[in-house]
Design a protein around this ligand. Structure first.
Ligand SMILES: O=C(CO)[C@H](O)[C@H](O)COP(=O)(O)O
Length: 260
């Protein structure tokens, strides 16, 4: 039952439930990746079931595609959809300018392609993901496996040239093997502590040979929906913050999907 959810899951659920209200019949919708996005997919599937919405969805990872299909959502490729009305996705951090760090779930490449092929990107998160400055969360960078250590060295040299001190670059592992993304690349996590100029860093990283994409989302997110465990929801958009509330206990159908 809903009361069994952890406070963090209640917060993720509240943000997700509020964000799916933005979806309208006939829309083409991008579905993000991660634990918050998984709540959003459940909430969206519930709206489709209850209201008969006709949606076409594009998933940002095989994980999300599998979950969405299992709940009855229609998934097509981005090339089939061509362009999307709305993408709803999670994030690892969001600052006051709605710049993001994403990629904690290793799906940043498809997430960035899908978000930038959408008229609107809505980010859902528990309120603790809102930060003054990006960088406490390690910045994921997707790189080609061939020569990844040379790419890491080049990143290191560029960071040093930009006076980014105290950095540490780690190859993300899955057990004793390098983690592979859906595109069969690897992820370097950049432990930077604080990112002074996210735009400059993003441009610099994407110029390095071997880098496919980095997890900084600059000027991509339009709306940030922050959930709290008590059901309070804050929506940040165009420099304005509004407050609302989601009745978590009234959403038993979604929890039933989880077998709880
Ligand atoms: O960028 C992502 C995946 O690549 C996720 O959206 C991000 O890691 C947040 O995940 P969660 O909702 O599980 O905290």
């Amino acid at each position: 039952m809903p009361t069994d959810l952890s406070p963090i899951d209640k917060a993720k659920f509240a943000a997700s439930r509020r964000a799916v209200d933005l979806v309208q019949d006939g829309m083409k919708v991008g579905l993000g990746t991660g634990s918050t996005a998984a709540w959003m997919v459940r909430c969206l599937a519930e709206r489709v079931r209850e209201e008969g919405l006709r949606l076409t969805c594009v998933a940002t990872s095989t994980r999300t595609a599998e979950l969405a299909r299992s709940l009855g959502l229609t998934i097509v490729t981005l090339d089939e959809a061509k362009w999307l009305d709305l993408t709803i996705d999670g994030a690892d951090e969001a600052d006051g300018a709605l710049n993001l760090i994403k990629g904690g779930g290793a799906a940043l490449l498809q997430e960035k392609i899908v978000a930038t092929a959408s008229d609107r990107m809505v980010v859902i998160a528990d309120a603790a993901k809102e930060v003054r400055a990006l960088g406490a969360f390690p910045l994921p960078v997707e790189v080609i496996p061939f020569g990844w250590s040379a790419t890491a060295r080049l990143i290191e040299e560029h960071l040093a040239a930009q006076d980014v001190l105290g950095h540490d670059i780690r190859l993300r592992m899955a057990g004793d093997q390098p983690l592979r993304t859906d595109e069969n690349n690897v992820i370097l996590d950049l432990h930077l502590k604080r990112i002074g100029n996210p735009r400059a860093l993003s441009l610099m990283l994407n110029q390095i040979a071997g880098v496919v994409e980095n997890g900084l989302f600059i000027d991509i997110c339009d709306t940030l929906v922050l959930g709290h465990p008590d059901g309070k929801v804050e929506t940040v958009e165009g420099g304005t913050r509004t407050e609302g509330r989601v009745d978590i206990a009234a959403s038993a159908n979604i929890f039933a999907d989880l077998g709880e």
